[in-house]
Design a protein around this ligand. Structure first.
Ligand code: ZN
Ligand code: ZN
Length: 248
C-alpha cells in the first residue's frame, strides 16, 4: 500500500439519496430455475439527457485532475440518477483513480474500458440493484482488492437461484451488440461486430465472487481461459446455469 494514500480509510459512505434502482429481473423469474431465464437489460443510455452530460463532463475533468476517488453521480437528483444507466468508455482515461464509487446507481452495465483504470483498488457499486454482472475486463485491474457489491442482485446468486441470461438467445443479441468490447476479452485481438462469442464466467473481483461477461474472438480463446481458470466454468447461460453463479 502506498504511504501517501490509505484506501482502507475509505469508509463506504451512504449516499445522500434514498433512490432505489429496482428492476423486476428476479421477481419475474422467481426463485425456481424452471420459471424461466432472465434477459440482459436492454435499455440504452440516452446520451441527450442532462444527467449523462454531467457524467461525461465529470469524467473529462477527472481525466485532467486525476483524483484518487471518483464518484460520478455525487449530488445528482434521484431523477437524474435514474437516467444514467451506463458509464462512458472514456473512464479508461482515469489512470490514477483508486476508488470508483457508484452506489445507489441505476447503472445496468459497465463498459469494458473499466479494465484500463490501472490504479483501481476499490469498486463500490453497493445498492446498484440493476447491475447483475460486470465486464470480464475488470480482471485486468491488477490492484483491485476491495469491493462493495449487493450480491443478491447478481445473476446466479445463491439467494435467488436464477439462471444466467442465455447469451445465445436472439432476444439478447441487441443488448450484446451494444455491450460487446471491440477486442477479445482473452487475447486482445480485434473482434468484428457480430463475430464475437459471448460467455459467462464467475470469478473473484475485489472481495466478492462476481459473474463476468466476456466476448472472445474464437473457441481456442475459450479453451485457453478454461485451462487458465480450471475451477471456473465458462458457459453461455440459459436453463440450469444458476449453479455456476457466485456461491456466497
Ligand atoms: Zn434487472
Ligand atoms: Zn481471442
Amino acid at each position: 500500500m502506498s504511504e501517501s494514500f490509505a484506501p482502507t480509510s475509505y469508509d463506504w459512505p451512504q449516499t445522500e439519496t434514498w433512490f432505489t434502482p429496482a428492476c423486476r429481473c428476479f421477481e419475474q423469474y422467481g426463485a425456481l430455475t424452471d420459471r424461466g431465464v432472465p434477459l440482459l437489460h436492454a435499455e440504452q443510455q440516452d446520451t441527450s439527457c442532462r444527467a449523462w452530460s454531467i457524467v461525461v463532463e465529470r469524467v473529462e475533468r477527472a481525466a485532467v485532475e486525476q483524483p484518487e476517488v471518483f464518484e460520478p453521480l455525487a449530488g445528482l437528483t434521484d431523477c437524474q440518477r435514474s437516467e444514467v444507466v451506463a458509464l462512458p468508455a472514456t473512464i479508461s482515461r482515469l489512470k490514477r483513480v483508486r476508488v470508483l464509487s457508484l452506489c445507489r446507481s441505476a447503472v445496468s452495465s459497465l463498459p469494458a474500458a473499466i479494465g484500463e483504470m490501472e490504479s483501481l483498488e476499490i469498486l463500490d457499486i453497493y445498492q446498484s440493484y440493476r447491475l447483475h454482472y460486470l465486464p470480464f475486463e475488470l480482471t485486468r485491474c491488477s490492484l483491485l482488492k476491495d469491493s462493495r457489491i449487493s450480491t443478491r442482485a447478481l445473476f446466479g446468486n445463491y439467494k435467488r437461484i436464477a439462471p444466467f441470461p442465455d447469451l445465445l438467445d436472439r432476444s439478447n443479441s441487441e443488448s450484446l451488440r451494444a455491450l460487446a468490447p471491440k477486442d477479445c476479452s482473452v487475447c486482445g485481438s480485434p473482434v468484428s461486430e457480430g463475430s464475437g462469442l459471448p460467455r459467462w464466467i464467475t470469478r473473484r473481483v475485489g472481495t466478492d465472487f462476481v459473474p463476468l461477461l466476456l466476448v472472445v474472438c474464437s473457441s481456442p480463446c475459450i479453451d485457453a481461459l478454461s485451462r487458465a481458470v480450471p475451477d471456473a466454468r465458462v458457459h453461455s447461460g440459459g436453463t440450469g446455469s444458476a449453479e455456476w453463479g457466485p456461491r456466497r
